[in-house]
Design a binder for this molecule. Structure first.
Ligand SMILES: *[C@@H]1O[C@H](CO)[C@@H](O)[C@H](O)[C@H]1NC(C)=O
Length: 291
């Protein structure tokens, strides 16, 4: 299977399922995601999941690396502003495939079953794959913080069910993801905000990212507190063009003092308007208000 085909395969499946959920919707967003994933071929070392999860879990991290350079404040979000940003890039052809729901549901998904699962997937204990599975299961089983709902979806269907439970089963939703319009291997550089960012109405939102696992697992979560969602046109110093999805958290009062964003920005819990960019393999679902 060619790289391009593998990437498209994943997204066509998503497209198909979303269309089945909401007939006849205009799906420019999905086309954008398709385009993005077919372009984004830079091979990167698989890391430990998305920034969005790490927003919650990285507080244990002792050192700061480039990959945490995704935070900024709402007041930085102005045309003409420049900031250093890290955009994780992953080759989608190395992403695990989605299982149909019935197949996924037939496999246990719990830390307690890890030894059985390792035998099932033929991974030896202590292998990198075993460690990744353990980390993913552990992350998925951590209870949500106050005011948050989280869910690890092992199929696209269960991701959509979770999304419907949050956004409302009667509403259509649209999918937003960061798009790289140029192909380059640079992951960390200064970007300039090219024009006034577009705010996407998002009374509620669900954010999802892929987790390392033998088949596709999406960690999805949603906060009750107010968030603002933006699409931001960025120009890199090297000429890269990115339309980045950013979320600003308007209530950070429940966040821990050592939350990585506070350390990066030098802020305190409760500071409103703590924002971060999403890497291209994460996505945000919001109600589609244009219908
Ligand atoms: C961004 O620009 C500043 C100021 O010119 C510079 O000091 C910094 O090294 C640049 N950062 C990156 C990641 O290129």
């Amino acid at each position: 299977m060619s790289m391009k085909f593998a990437a498209l395969n994943f997204l066509l499946l998503l497209l198909h399922l979303l269309l089945r959920y909401a007939d006849g919707r205009g799906d420019e967003q999905l086309e954008n995601v398709l385009r993005l994933h077919s372009m984004d071929h830079d091979r990167r070392i698989e890391d430990d999941g998305g920034v969005e999860a790490r927003v919650d879990s990285l507080s244990h991290m002792d050192h700061m690396d480039q990959s945490v350079m995704v935070f900024f404040t709402l007041k930085d979000l102005k045309a003409g502003n420049s900031m250093p940003i890290y955009f994780r890039k992953k080759d989608p052809s190395t992403s695990p495939r989605f299982l149909p729901r019935d197949e996924a549901d037939a496999i246990a998904f719990s830390l307690a079953e890890l030894p059985t699962l390792l035998r099932f997937f033929s991974f030896s204990q202590g292998s990198p794959q075993a460690k990744a599975m353990e980390a993913t299961l552990r992350e998925c089983e951590i209870p949500a913080i106050k005011g948050e709902v989280k869910f690890c979806a092992t199929s696209i269907e269960s991701m959509l069910d979770f999304t419907s439970s949050i956004l409302g089963s009667n509403s259509d939703f649209k999918i937003l993801a960061t798009e790289h319009h140029t192909k380059s291997s640079i992951v960390f550089q200064n970007y300039t905000i090219l024009k006034a960012p577009d705010e996407i109405p998002a009374p509620r939102m669900v954010a999802c990212h892929t987790m390392p696992y033998p088949y596709a697992v999406l960690y999805c979560h949603s906060q009750e507190t107010q968030n603002r969602v933006f699409k931001v046109s960025l120009g890199g110093e090297n000429g890269d063009r990115v339309t980045a999805v950013a979320v600003c958290h308007m209530d950070t009062s429940q966040w821990k003092r050592d939350h990585v964003s506070f350390r990066v920005l030098g802020m305190e819990p409760g500071t409103p308007g703590i924002c971060h960019f999403f890497p291209a393999d994460n996505f945000v679902l919001v109600p589609d208000s244009n219908l």
